[in-house]
Design a protein around this ligand. Structure first.
Ligand SMILES: *[C@@H]1O[C@H](CO)[C@@H](O)[C@H](O)[C@H]1NC(C)=O
Ligand SMILES: *[C@@H]1O[C@H](CO)[C@@H](O)[C@H](O)[C@H]1NC(C)=O
Ligand SMILES: *[C@@H]1O[C@H](CO)[C@@H](O)[C@H](O)[C@H]1NC(C)=O
Length: 729
């Protein structure tokens, strides 16, 4: 095993589950004739085209400066809308009214799709570990009309069950159709829904439910046992409603003080005893979303109905030709604002949502039984959301397979890639027309089928996407990526790239529902008078800015500020710069900038991004102590790479942890870090003076990175306190 791309080893769960590294992008059958044809076309077509077209593309203006209140800065609005938009259409001022109106309009159309479980088996791997494998059937659909009826029934059933409508309900579950129905059912009775990540730990779960005084908990049947164990701590809960999947026995050992009912029973109860709706108001709190923050206990963000419809209204203006013919693949957690906002967008335009999971997404995903279809193959979606870490792995997986296929396939892929890249970047010398068809046929169609073959647009958010990966996906999947920038606190809405923007590394102009302002941060060295572009802390204002943190006025006052015109601004802590065409680029994070002993500022994120390009690095955290004039780093090495090096140079070791402690290994990795640091033009104080190699990978389960695979610095620092201390001795 050599030359494994970084991080493709099996401890990174999210990506491994997707199974992207297991397919073959280029078939065996393309022999030398394919190559010859490719070379000929590659030579002739550009010559023909270049003589037909001349000239340079003009930069399109996408955002313009706008006069706003509040702290002085450089504010920009979306070019196409002079006023902030608040609703997708008149009358859709709350999620409840939006849902009702959209369901009536599209009543006969497919809405929520679920795959039927046909069978389930366990296979034992060579190392004795057991894996669950699923055989799933086709998608079964319910229409918009049926969904509306079920949500109404659930709403009535909730009241009949004895839920006090002045108290809150919580959903603690992975995403599926009933999650969405439960949410809409609660909205119809003006019940605020608390959302909690299904992967959240026990303490965080107890804290969130207790803090918001939740009286009805909606969960999966497999969670009932877990709840039984902490029942004594959940003092506010009165009712538990579980999604019935016929899979787990529901005898959970819960003591009799809770009313426990299945989702179907509640729906039936409501259907037989309807209750008139109680429609919420625009400023009512729709959702209290607990975010798995990088520090401490999770914080609950209060999202109003007005926020949710505003984000949906903004996003539908930027996805091209979005309508009820689209099919959306839903597999990320609905407890994440990014997914919740995306599904609200799909509801708004009347398209179909097919549910799946990260573990069953592709034909080679870890939970899919061999020979059966993954979710994307069964659904053939036209739209998909992804976080950058997933797209990075897609790229690594494709490149790895291309490399393994030998030099002929590799050169073929490279020529095809270059030709398509030129086309994507808008040059007339790239592959268009006939030549495009040719390359699609021999190289890219095969790659595309991995995602179902029909993807026409991808939404990406959660963290910055590297330019290289963005291009790679553009070329190989043949679809534009709409990169969103937003936070839970801005209800996912802030900026979004436009489909015809071929640049990379930027997050587009403000959405039509938001203004974005840069505010100078003098201490950090970023000001709005910087040349060539204004830079500063990113502050978001407008209709998507949420109502603050639940039960935390101090934090709310610190980060949310209402200006003299009544507009609320959220201070993101991210540092950005505005390009002349009105597009935002995220360049840094306030928290991650440390001032060293001699007064230089070091941006940890920037240094880490540079060091990640070393082939030895699976993950890295740079640490800077303000009392020293240098930084240090904790490095998780790529097992295969370090082991290969050890074999090549003849370093003996018993196990990987021992190898990580070998001074020769540390020196080798450090040498590689210095090289990539030099290539990235880092300053001397930015190159880690000492490093420590850590054998265990950082996964969301270990609590060291977030679900989007962002570093949780405080947790990493706490866990490796001793190791860090030693690096400063
Ligand atoms: C629940 O919250 C109350 C305050 O509202 C607090 O006194 C109590 O300790 C909390 N219980 C748990 C289990 O966290
Ligand atoms: C559960 O099983 C019952 C009968 O065994 C069936 O009627 C029902 O449709 C099943 N529900 C689900 C969600 O599969
Ligand atoms: C909805 O609930 C909120 C409190 O959660 C309350 O202030 C508001 O009056 C309710 N609206 C209606 C129409 O009952």
């Amino acid at each position: 095993m050599m030359g494994e791309p970084r991080g493709s080893s099996d401890a990174i769960p999210l990506l491994e589950r997707l199974g992207f590294d297991q397919y073959f992008p280029v078939g065996k059958s393309h022999g030398p004739y394919g190559t010859l044809g490719a070379v000929l076309l590659a030579l002739f077509i550009p010559v023909l085209l270049s003589s037909m077209f001349m000239g340079k593309k003009k930069t399109k203006q996408r955002g313009v400066p706008v006069q706003v209140g509040g702290e002085p800065g450089y504010a920009v609005r979306n070019m196409r809308f002079s006023e902030l938009i608040e609703v997708p259409w008149k009358g859709a001022t709350t999620m409840a009214s939006l849902f009702e109106q959209s369901c009536r309009k599209h009543s006969q159309q497919k809405f929520l799709g679920t795959r039927k479980l046909i069978s389930k088996e366990f296979v034992t791997a060579s190392d004795g570990r057991k894996f669950e494998k699923l055989h799933l059937g086709d998608y079964n659909w319910i229409t918009y009309g049926e969904t509306f009826d079920r949500a109404c029934n659930f709403a009535s059933g909730l009241v009949r069950l004895g839920h006090n409508v002045d108290s809150r309900a919580a959903i603690f579950s992975d995403s599926h159709a009933e999650w969405f129905i439960a949410l809409q059912g609660c909205f119809r009775q003006n019940v605020t829904v608390v959302t909690i990540y299904a992967s959240l730990g026990e303490d965080a779960l107890v804290h969130s439910l207790n803090e918001t005084q939740v009286s009805t908990l909606i969960c999966e049947s497999k969670q009932l046992k877990k709840l039984g164990a902490i029942q004594s701590k959940l003092t506010t809960i009165q009712n538990v409603i579980y999604f019935d999947d016929n899979e787990t026995d529901t005898d959970s050992g819960l003591s009799g003080i809770w009313t426990v009912k299945s989702f179907t029973e509640v729906e039936r109860l409501g259907k037989e005893n309807p209750v008139p709706p109680s429609i919420p108001s625009k400023n009512g709190i729709a959702v209290i979303m607990y975010t798995s923050g990088s520090t401490g206990l999770p914080k609950g963000v209060m999202i109003t109905h007005g926020n949710m419809v505003a984000t949906a209204a903004g996003v539908i203006t930027v996805i091209p030709k979005l309508d009820s013919n689209d099919i959306y693949m839903a597999y990320l957690p609905l407890a994440h604002i990014f997914e919740l906002a995306a599904e609200s967008v799909m509801l708004t335009v009347g398209c179909a949502i097919g549910y799946g999971s990260a573990l069953t997404l592709t034909d080679t995903s870890s939970k899919i039984k061999k020979g059966t279809q993954g979710d994307v193959s069964a659904l053939k979606p036209s739209l998909l959301t992804a976080v950058p870490a997933i797209l990075d792995r897609v790229r690594d997986g494709v490149l790895k397979k291309v490399k393994e296929k030998g030099s002929l396939v590799k050169s073929l892929f490279n020529i095809g890639y270059k030709r398509r890249l030129a086309a994507v970047e808008g040059s007339f010398f790239g592959a268009w027309g006939l030549e495009k068809m040719f390359w699609d046929c021999i190289v890219f169609n095969k790659i595309r089928t991995v995602l179902g073959g029909n993807i026409r647009f991808m939404l990406c958010g959660g963290a910055p996407l590297s330019g290289e990966t963005q291009r790679f996906i553009n070329v190989c999947i043949g679809a534009p990526i709409g990169q969103g920038y937003g936070l839970t606190e801005t209800c996912a809405g802030a900026a979004f790239t436009e489909w015809d923007d071929t640049s990379v590394g930027r997050v587009g102009p403000p959405l039509p529902c938001s203004y974005i302002k840069l505010v100078s941060w003098e201490q950090g060295g970023y000001t709005v008078s910087d040349k060539p572009m204004p830079r500063g802390e990113i502050v978001v204002g407008g209709s998507s800015v949420t109502a603050g943190y639940f039960n935390n006025d101090a934090k709310t006052k610190e980060l949310y500020k209402v200006d003299e015109r009544g507009m609320c601004w959220f201070y993101t802590g991210d540092i950005g710069q505005f390009h002349p065409d009105g597009c935002l680029e995220i360049i840094d994070r306030k928290k991650d900038i440390v001032k060293l002993q001699h007064g230089e500022y070091i941006s940890l994120g920037k240094v880490e991004a540079a060091l990640m390009s070393s082939g030895y690095v699976d993950n890295v955290m740079v640490h800077a102590d303000p009392f020293y004039n240098y930084c240090v780093a904790l490095v998780v090495p790529v097992h295969q790479m370090l082991e290969k090096w050890a074999r090549d140079v003849g370093v003996k070791y018993n196990d990987f942890p021992e190898l990580c402690n070998k001074p020769e290994a540390v020196a080798e990795v450090q040498k590689s870090l210095s090289e990539v640091a030099r290539a990235a033009k880092l300053d001397k104080f930015e190159v880690p003076a000492k490093i420590r190699l850590l054998p265990e990978q950082w996964t969301p389960e270990s609590g060291l990175v977030t679900a989007a695979l962002k570093l949780k610095r405080e947790q990493i620092k706490a866990k490796f306190k001793d190791e860090l201390q030693k690096l400063y001795e």
